[in-house]
Design a protein around this ligand. Structure first.
Ligand code: PLP
Length: 358
């Protein structure tokens, strides 16, 4: 039996989400059509919008469905994203951001803020950058996909408020792994369904602040999503996302992660161990073995884990997060649990890791 512990890369679809997806796929209607088939599809869409809105304590009309968090980021990080009197001209972002943020923005002027060795953003440097750049947009994630370290979102939100900057928070790794109400201070939130057991290629961009008034259109065409994001809605994916989200809100992976970490050999270093971390993530510093070799060996032993860093091309790149934490040239192994994980798996994987790394 395979052991899957790479939920931060993607989660298998939940059974309830699969059922919802199948139910919606049977509907013939286009959610913009007025006939009863269309109205049924619209009903599923609006129900999902309500579930997403309630989960983040915002209004349903501030939820915009997208084709995933990469699209949400590319949209939110357009300098012309808002109708603010003075559009932002400068992007301030953390060195731990996902490439969807670091590569997906439309700013010419930008400042990257480093991380402390603990994995937390250097808040003093962030404030200095806010002081120096009066028309800023700030992009800081809720929690890091590699280390699981949670960023001080409420504090950053206060600073952004004080310096009149717009705060875009990538909440992709947060859902089901930390309290979402901690994120309500951010102006814009980005989520992705496949990280919490929905389908791949579906997500949302949430506007959680009256300070942000959206510009006319992101993708032009048929005028769906209140004329902000054109394109026929992915009703099945969106319906499944709502159902998966409702279930994900009850998740708690801390007991499984604790079993795993307690069973690990004490010589192993867990990055960000003493910081507030996602309930499902452990990032182990590797010594004397490359991440690629460790991954392949664990794969052969039946376990799927990750190096934590980008490997979209199949090659493991140097992690910008580890570099920013001061671990230049270091490699790490990321273990991330999810809704299908068990205590037995946690114990078994710890034994395999001890055997491989010690
Ligand atoms: N932001 C973070 C923190 C992620 O982990 C990911 C996915 O790996 C993304 C953004 C991009 O999400 P999507 O796969 O929906 O484009």
């Amino acid at each position: 039996m395979r052991l899957y512990a790479d939920y931060n890369a993607t989660a298998p679809m939940r059974d309830c989400a699969k059922l919802a997806f199948m139910e919606a796929i049977e509907l013939a209607g286009n959610a913009s059509s007025l006939h009863s088939e269309g109205r049924k599809a619209r009903g599923l869409l609006e129900n999902a919008r309500r579930v997403v809105a309630e989960s983040f304590a915002i209004r349903p009309d501030n939820v915009y469905f997208t084709a995933g968090a990469t699209e949400s980021a590319n949209w939110a990080l357009l300098p012309a994203f808002t109708l603010q009197k003075q559009a932002p001209t400068h992007l301030i972002y953390s060195a731990g951001e996902h490439p969807a943020i670091q590569e997906g923005h439309g700013f010419i002027n930008k400042t990257q803020i480093g991380l402390l060795p603990s994995g937390v953003i250097d808040v003093a440097a962030l404030e200095a950058a806010l002081k120096a750049n009066s028309r800023a947009m700030v992009a800081v994630q809720a929690a890091n996909n590699e280390t699981g370290v949670i960023q001080p979102v409420s504090h950053i939100a206060l600073l952004c408020n004080q310096y009149e900057a717009i705060f875009v928070c990538d909440a992709v790794q947060a859902v089901g792994k930390m309290p979402l109400l901690n994120l309500t201070g951010a102006d814009v939130l980005l989520i992705s369904a496949h990280k919490f057991g929905g389908a791949k290629g579906v997500g949302a961009m949430l506007v959680s602040s009256p300070r942000v008034e959206l510009c006319a259109s992101h993708m032009k065409g048929g005028g769906q999503e209140a004329r902000r994001r054109s394109g026929t809605e992915n009703v099945a994916g969106i319906h499944a996302m709502g159902v998966a989200l409702a279930q994900a809100l009850n998740d708690n992976f801390t007991p499984i992660r604790d079993i795993f970490e307690k069973a690990l050999d004490k010589k192993l270093t867990i990055l960000g161990q003493n910081m507030p971390r996602l309930s499902n993530t452990t990032c182990l510093l590797l010594e004397g073995i490359s991440a690629e070799t460790a991954l392949i060996k664990l794969d052969l032993m039946g376990a799927a884990v990750s190096s934590g860093s980008a490997c979209s091309s199949g090659k493991i790149a140097t992690s910008s997060t580890l570099k920013a934490m001061g671990y230049e040239g270091a490699q790490a192994l990321r273990v991330s649990w999810g809704h299908g994980s068990t205590s037995d798996e946690a114990q078994k994987l710890a034994n395999l890791v001890n055997r491989l790394l010690i």
